[in-house]
Design a protein around this ligand. Structure first.
Ligand code: NI
Ligand code: MN
Length: 227
């Protein structure tokens, strides 16, 4: 299995049988190692409606004939734009051809910026992705929450993808606390250094989680982690 970092919160997850792209913010992402028309996938997962996560989702889904997986409001909006989609809600899981996806809570917003104001697109989410005997958790954008302890208790997480950039999401200290709650085997930091406002230090995060006995894998955009 392979996770490739496309910058910000975007990852390509190759399960061995399918390719999933999560939060495909490529166009306008200063750290993106490729262009949106180069993304190849079977499924597109969108954690919430913000532009730096929704990104190129509809274009990528339509070009690849891929299915969007997201909360019901985002899925319905993508369907109205011509993409195949599968809507879910927080706490619900569904079995897809590659494995199982469960939507988790996230403390954040989910409006898509339009010309004037925002299009409300439901609640922000994270994803628990179970495939081939492995579990990956992409938290989406979120602040720290106590239920991460429950998520950690109920799931043996192999790889957790967590934001560390602060301001809009958890910063380094809260993300380290999240690692303590989640007890993943490996954590990959995301949502930092895309812009100056979220200029967190991943090495600082790595040393904090090392003290908890957890390995942080820092990926440069374009780099992969195999497990
Ligand atoms: Ni956001
Ligand atoms: Mn974001």
């Amino acid at each position: 299995m392979k996770l490739t970092f496309y910058g910000h919160s975007c990852f390509l997850f190759e399960t061995g049988t399918h390719r999933l792209v999560i939060d495909p913010f490529i166009t306008g992402n200063p750290k993106a190692p490729l262009t949106a028309d180069q993304v190849q996938c079977d499924f597109v997962l969108i954690s919430h409606g913000h532009g730096d996560h929704f990104g190129d989702a509809v274009e990528i889904a339509k070009r690849n004939n891929a299915t969007v997986i997201a909360n019901y409001e985002i899925a319905t909006y993508c369907a109205s734009l011509g993409a195949k989609s599968h809507g879910m809600q927080i706490g619900g899981a569904h079995k897809f051809p590659f494995g199982k996806v469960k939507l988790t809570i996230a403390h954040h917003g989910s409006g898509l910026q339009m010309d004037r104001g925002f299009l409300y697109l439901g609640n922000p989410t994270g994803f628990l992705i179970q495939t081939g005997g492995r579990m990956v958790y992409h938290s989406g954008d979120t602040g720290l929450f106590m239920d991460m302890q429950l998520i950690g208790q109920m799931n043996k997480i192999d790889v957790a993808l967590l934001p560390i950039g602060d301001n809009f999401t958890m910063g380094v200290d809260d993300a380290a606390k999240a690692v303590e709650f989640l007890q993943p085997r490996v954590v990959i930091p995301m949502h930092y250094k895309t812009w100056e406002l979220i200029d967190a230090d991943p090495q600082n995060f790595r040393s904090k989680v090392k003290a908890l006995g957890v390995q942080a894998q820092i990926l440069q955009p374009g780099e992969s982690y195999e497990f």
